[in-house]
Design a protein around this ligand. Structure first.
Ligand code: GPV
Length: 809
């Protein structure tokens, strides 16, 4: 949008004064930020309204992305940027003697997700809006986000993340669009006078779902979509039934906390309540919205697509059935046709422990009507499948099995599309995890490799690189990422390589300053910055990284003149509070860091930095400064990964197993420009099937492994209780579930190859350039275009303008 610096300054002064009744010169940083945020939101309000109206006026098909998690990150800078106002705002603030960067750091980063799954949802929101597609998010407004992580004596400590303590300027609570969600009670069917079977309820717990809407601003296209997050409240007309604060607890608690488990299923009643609450409110509001379209109900799938982000929102299937049958009075067959055509499902993991299976008793008691519908879906499924496919497949694929509701099965049966998030992952779904379904419904399966938004992860996080790209290949790549490949033409240009190296060094200096500020560790910006940032999980193998660092340390101690390039190992990772093993790994890495960082023999050959409280904002600081991207999961276990894509786009070289999207990264960048090591997925499958793996043999016969493992438990690493032992035991005694020792040698070799290459700065930077130039396929814009074409059947649409100026709030 158009805005002069002069007008901005005027608007900002007014905004501040109208909120606080004094002049901005007296404002605190938080107040100055709040005023700026609200002003930017005012600028957004017009295109937001126009976008919504255009969709309705033109009966545009809309996608609703249902996700229990979103990780939008800070929004001020990104919104100003996408609106095209960032420079004006920065200039204006400078004239007022204020610093944009300082105000922008005052924004809290909403941690409404655990990791990759939630961040993917937010990258998708950004791409949908930027592609002018009608795509809305539907989720939960948790009062407490993912815990804030602190290290005390090297141990992870979890603190509550009360992100709403200060006002959230981006959200608008929308009292006019509330819904009622019912839990428990008795439900029965009664034939009414018109002959319909009517669902009757008594003694239900009624919860009011209040929507909070947040604008999702498209990139320079005057397009603003909606992220709707629901909050649980007491229905106004029932307020008098609640006499004490304690009595309101069962309602309030529904949206109080985000479960801090990543890729892990815990069958807690409260979690099931959250899932149904979000699903029911979301589906009700969609059906209500759809009435504005004024088309027959059987055409719902032409106007609405509902996406199920992993199984957490899979109750969409029976909930949509319930509404269509009980409230819209459709027959089962009509309702099923609509439901199945409307829903699509993405699987995000093959980890058995992550697949949701709810006890039937729990489901029946909490959601009696929904359970009746699930039973009927299952009954019809079995009835149709049995004669065609026989006993084995039918029972393997049923929704109800051994006293549980298998949520993945419900999602597959109730959706017209099922996708994995990288080619290997999709192949594994088809050949292993969902093999029987692939036999029943081959046409439903498809791959959609994940992507990331370059806007946040390159344009905003790495302005130096962005400027260089603009200078070298023009600005087209910003709207059309495939233009990035033009940058390949400069791989031999000495000048460009020099500039690229200088930008990386600048970014590393900035990160080095931050490391010194928050960790008190001095690092050499000319060292290799080696980064592993992701949730702490055994399958992601942070302990393989740990063992290699320990190995290097022991080598240096033995031979202080060993030829290692200086290296800074950087970690960012939260462990689920109940995941003991992950927490033990954190403690050992922290203790090793203490040892290594303070040993004068080591100097700057080796430094270890474990950041606290890893999240979107910290990622934005780390990623532009990375030289090496650690993607070292056991092959077959990481569905896709997305930090691999962000790091690549910022010129880091990937050190990877052939897992998830790493394989596609290798294919695009070429095998010469990536460091690959370890077992492949077929090898992992083979080794598991053969049952011949013997980790103890490796411990006993491989001297490097022997030495490193012993150092875990012989007191080499200071301040450990039994954490070193625990890791030792898991690897040697419990036979190393994730083949860490098996991959150790080839990992160490790859790390040495990295050292050698880094000595040739020109060659290193050339490969870095090729990584940047090959990163376009991992733009979420492309991923979203494929979802839109193949699954959702939605198109880009232009927004009509009224040419109205923004209103003040
Ligand atoms: I399931 N993922 C996640 O972050 N949380 C979950 O609960 C589940 C999956 C992740 C996968 O582990 C990543 O490999 C993947 O890149 C990401 O989802 C997005 O698809």
């Amino acid at each position: 949008m158009e805005l002069t610096t002069k007008d901005f300054i005027k608007d900002y002064k007014n905004q501040f004064q109208s909120m606080y009744a004094y002049s901005y010169e007296e404002g605190s940083t938080e107040q100055l930020y709040n005023a700026l945020g609200l002003l930017v939101k005012n600028y957004i309000s017009t295109p937001w309204k126009e976008t919504r109206e255009t969709y309705i006026k033109n009966s545009v098909k809309q996608v609703f992305y249902f996700s229990m998690e979103f990780l939008p990150g800070r929004q001020l800078k990104s919104n100003a940027y996408n609106l095209g106002l960032l420079d004006t705002v920065k200039e204006g603030l400078t004239e007022l003697g204020l610093s944009f960067d300082e105000l922008s750091e005052a924004e809290v980063d909403p941690a409404l997700g655990n990791g990759g799954l939630g961040r993917l949802a937010s990258c998708f929101m950004d791409s949908l809006a930027s592609l002018s597609m009608a795509g809305n998010g539907n989720g939960i407004r948790y009062q407490y986000g993912l815990f804030r992580q602190k290290f005390v004596d090297g141990y992870q400590v979890e603190l509550p993340e009360n992100w709403l303590r200060y006002r959230n300027v981006w959200e608008t609570s929308n009292d006019k669009s509330t819904c009622m969600v019912r839990f428990g009670g008795n439900v029965w069917l009664e034939r009414n006078k018109q002959g319909y079977l009517e669902a009757k309820y008594e003694n239900t717990l009624n919860v009011l779902a209040v929507p909070y809407d947040t604008p999702m601003v498209g990139y320079r296209n005057d397009k603003v979509n909606n992220l709707r997050l629901w909050s649980a409240e007491i229905p106004v007309e029932e307020e008098n039934n609640y006499h004490t604060i304690e009595e309101t607890e069962p309602i309030k608690e529904i949206t109080q906390v985000l479960y801090p488990d990543d890729s892990n299923y815990e069958g807690r009643l409260l979690r099931l309540k959250q899932e149904y609450f979000m699903v029911s409110a979301g589906v009700q509001s969609i059906i209500r919205h759809f009435r504005k379209y004024n088309v027959p109900r059987k055409n719902i799938p032409d106007k609405v697509a509902i996406h199920i982000n992993d199984t957490h929102p899979a109750l969409v299937v029976p909930e949509l059935m319930r509404i269509l049958i009980d409230e819209e009075r459709l027959s089962w067959e009509q309702a099923w046709e609509i439901t199945f055509k409307t829903c699509s499902y993405t699987n995000h993991t093959i980890l058995r422990e992550a697949l949701e299976k709810w006890p039937i008793d729990m489901m029946k008691e909490l959601l009696p009507r929904i359970y009746m519908i699930i039973e009927e879906i299952n009954r019809r499924f079995v009835e149709n499948t049995l004669p065609l496919y026989g006993e084995r497949i039918t029972w393997q694929t049923a929704i109800l099995q051994n006293g549980v509701v298998n949520m993945a099965h419900m999602a597959v049966i109730g959706s017209h599309s099922v996708n994995g998030v990288a080619q290997l992952h999709t192949d594994i779904l088809m050949n292993d995890v969902l093999k029987d379904f692939f036999e029943l419904y081959p046409e439903r399966f498809n791959n959609k490799t994940n992507g990331i938004t370059q806007r946040r992860w390159v344009h905003l996080a790495n302005p130096g690189l962005t400027q260089l790209l603009d200078d070298k290949i023009g600005e087209d790549w910003k709207k059309n990422p495939s233009e990035l490949k033009v940058f390949k033409g400069q791989e031999k240009d000495k000048q460009t390589l020099k500039q690229l190296a200088a930008i990386k060094l600048e970014n590393k200096k900035r990160l080095a300053d931050h490391i010194e500020k928050v960790k008190g560790i001095k690092v050499n910006p000319n060292a290799i910055f080696d980064v592993q940032i992701k949730r702490l999980h055994a399958y992601k193998r942070q302990h393989l990284n740990l063992l290699h660092i320990l190995h290097r340390y022991l080598e240096i101690k033995q031979n202080p003149s060993v030829d290692y390039a200086p290296r800074v190992f950087i970690f960012g990772a939260k462990a689920a509070p109940s995941y003991l093993y992950a927490k033990q790994i954190i403690k050992v890495i922290n203790s090793l860091a203490e040892l290594v960082n303070n040993d004068p023999d080591v100097g700057d050959k080796l430094k270890v930095v474990f950041f606290e409280n890893y999240g979107v904002s910290l990622a934005e600081k780390i990623i532009p400064a990375a030289d090496v991207s650690e993607q070292i999961s056991l092959a077959s276990m990481e569905a896709s990964g997305t930090s691999n894509m962000k790091l690549m786009a910022n010129g880091a070289l990937t050190l990877a197993t052939l897992d998830g999207a790493n394989i596609e990264i290798r294919d695009f960048v070429g095998g010469d420009n990536i460091f690959v090591f370890g077992l492949t997925s077929p090898e992992v499958y083979e080794l598991k099937a053969a049952q011949t793996y013997n980790a103890r043999d490796l411990y006993e016969n491989n001297s490097n492994i022997h030495r490193a493992l012993n150092a875990l438990k012989d007191g080499t690493i200071p301040n450990l209780q039994d954490e070193g032992h625990a890791i030792f035991e898991s690897l040697v005694h419990f036979n190393d579930e994730y083949f860490v020792l098996k991959d150790f040698d080839s990992y160490v070799q790859a790390q040495e190859d990295i050292d050698s290459l880094y000595k040739d700065q020109n060659e290193w930077t050339r490969k870095s350039l090729l990584n940047i130039a090959s990163s376009a396929p991992f733009s979420a814009d492309y991923t979203i275009k494929k979802y839109a074409d193949d699954i959702w059947k939605v198109k880009s649409c232009a927004v009509e303008h009224e040419g109205v100026q923004p209103l003040d709030e």
